[in-house]
Write a protein that binds this ligand. Structure first.
Ligand SMILES: *[C@@H]1O[C@H](CO)[C@@H](O)[C@H](O)[C@H]1NC(C)=O
Ligand SMILES: *[C@@H]1O[C@H](CO)[C@@H](O)[C@H](O)[C@H]1NC(C)=O
Ligand SMILES: *[C@@H]1O[C@H](CO)[C@@H](O)[C@H](O)[C@H]1NC(C)=O
Ligand SMILES: *[C@@H]1O[C@H](CO)[C@@H](O)[C@H](O)[C@H]1NC(C)=O
Ligand SMILES: *[C@@H]1O[C@H](CO)[C@@H](O)[C@H](O)[C@H]1NC(C)=O
Length: 390
């Protein structure tokens, strides 16, 4: 009797842990995205440096406001869901928000930057004043309201009211918070000490999105920052502190600490809000596998920036992508590499289209998600199932 009950309970557990296999597709009508340069589709270009040095040559045939040679993870996500590329909320020219909006900004952080704000402090040390709080509390909350009030005059460019509940909310932020700490030579203890505050602030913003109607959340953890040309160049570690892939062990260990805490935070949200779906996506594992086996994916220059100049990692603080530099008395502009698909990294901090496409293929299936939701099943399944039962 006892063992029969155990078998019964066990089979419930097993069927729940395989929930994604028989999950329903979600039909997301829109995506609302929050983040940094890993998912900015033109905000930074719209309001700071319009003629950005970011070329988009592999896909867009010219600058497309992305810090990449082509499409970003968020672009592959939109396409997989049958939706157009997201327009930046900051874009006042020709923006069409009928299928969502993008609040991500290059160099945005979770924390509110109080110093080194762009444009007074130039990249790569300058921080974007539009941190996550501003993206969510100031911009998205205005957008939900005004797209349905004043915005109705532009109805054809706005989401439907019900789209805010049914949309997918995607979040990819924190990389700049950590890399700034590393560039400022913080100790391990100092970095660990700020992580809980970052996670609290991130989850507090997700709760605000929930209070504004969001029910489906797709939350990226951070990639292996210890493999980024910016850190390997500007905050180098001795060679014996590089791993077999050539990445700085210390930065990756601290980044994984952030990720562990983020996972804990996302688990907590799942407990607090059982009617919503929170999917934690292990971007770290997906991206790190490219550095572990670069030849398998055709990356002949895995640790160098595609668009940069100088040093071991084709990167320099004073020779950033698009800048004009003088070497041996000759002046020239720092342009992208000829074959971006030979590189994982684009300009020192963000990734090439080739890297993002492979990363997307690894994360979209749910094999690196917790719970193991695929992109198309990352909505609340429980409430949908009940609707079907009626
Ligand atoms: C880029 O140019 C190619 C060749 O002319 C064209 O096939 C492609 O559609 C263009 N891409 C975009 C996004 O406009
Ligand atoms: C929406 O905006 C209007 C006008 O500014 C304001 O009166 C109202 O309180 C806002 N509603 C919400 C839910 O924020
Ligand atoms: C906005 O974009 C959607 C999707 O691409 C398109 O169907 C719609 O026609 C566009 N709206 C306007 C007014 O152009
Ligand atoms: C960090 O340390 C490096 C190497 O010692 C030094 O060159 C750099 O100026 C330091 N950066 C800061 C922000 O203190
Ligand atoms: C500058 O001069 C050095 C030393 O002669 C040389 O190694 C290097 O390739 C030169 N760089 C350029 C861009 O001409």
């Amino acid at each position: 009797m006892y063992s029969a009950l155990s078998v019964f309970l066990f089979s419930i557990l097993v069927s729940q842990s395989h929930v994604s296999a028989c999950s329903k597709h979600c039909d997301f009508p829109a995506i609302f995205n929050f983040g940094d340069g890993n998912s900015d589709t033109g905000a930074f270009a719209a309001w700071f440096f319009g003629q950005s040095p970011f070329f988009g040559q592999s896909y867009f045939n010219g600058s497309a406001g992305r810090v990449s040679d082509g499409r970003l993870l968020i672009d592959f996500i939109a396409t997989e869901l049958g939706l157009p590329f997201l327009h930046p909320y900051m874009d006042s020219l020709g923006a069409n928000f009928s299928h969502g909006a993008n609040f991500a900004n290059v160099f945005s952080t979770i924390q509110l930057p109080t110093a080194n704000v762009i444009p007074s402090t130039p990249p790569p040390r300058g921080l974007n004043p539009v941190n996550l709080d501003i993206q969510v509390v100031s911009q998205f909350s205005q957008f939900t309201n005004r797209s349905q009030t004043q915005g109705r005059a532009f109805e054809k460019f706005m989401p439907e009211p019900e789209d805010f509940v049914q949309a997918l909310y995607t979040i990819d932020i924190g990389q700049i918070d950590l890399t700034q700490e590393f560039l400022n030579n913080r100790t391990d203890d100092e970095v660990r000490a700020i992580v809980p505050g970052l996670i609290n602030r991130l989850t507090a913003n997700i709760k605000i999105l929930y209070s504004l109607g969001g029910r489906s959340f797709w939350i990226h953890n951070l990639g292996p920052n210890g493999c980024l040309p910016i850190l390997l160049t500007l905050a180098p570690v001795p060679d014996d502190q590089l791993d077999s892939a050539g990445c700085a062990i210390r930065y990756n260990v601290l980044t994984q600490y952030f990720n562990t805490e983020l996972k804990r935070g996302v688990d907590g949200l799942g407990t607090d809000f059982p009617l919503a779906a929170f999917t934690y996506v292990d971007i770290y594992s997906a991206r790190y596998s490219l550095y572990q086996e670069p030849e398998r994916y055709g990356f002949t220059h895995p640790l160098e920036a595609c668009c940069g100049y100088g040093g071991r990692y084709n990167y320099g603080e004073n020779s950033l992508c698009g800048s004009t530099i003088t070497v041996n008395g000759t002046q020239f502009t720092v342009v992208p590499c000829e074959n971006p698909s030979d590189y994982i990294n684009y300009e020192g901090q963000t990734y090439t289209q080739a890297a993002d496409e492979i990363t997307f293929n690894k994360i979209s299936t749910g094999q690196l998600s917790h719970p193991p939701n695929s992109l198309k099943t990352a909505c609340p399944q429980f409430s949908f199932a009940r609707v079907d039962d009626i």
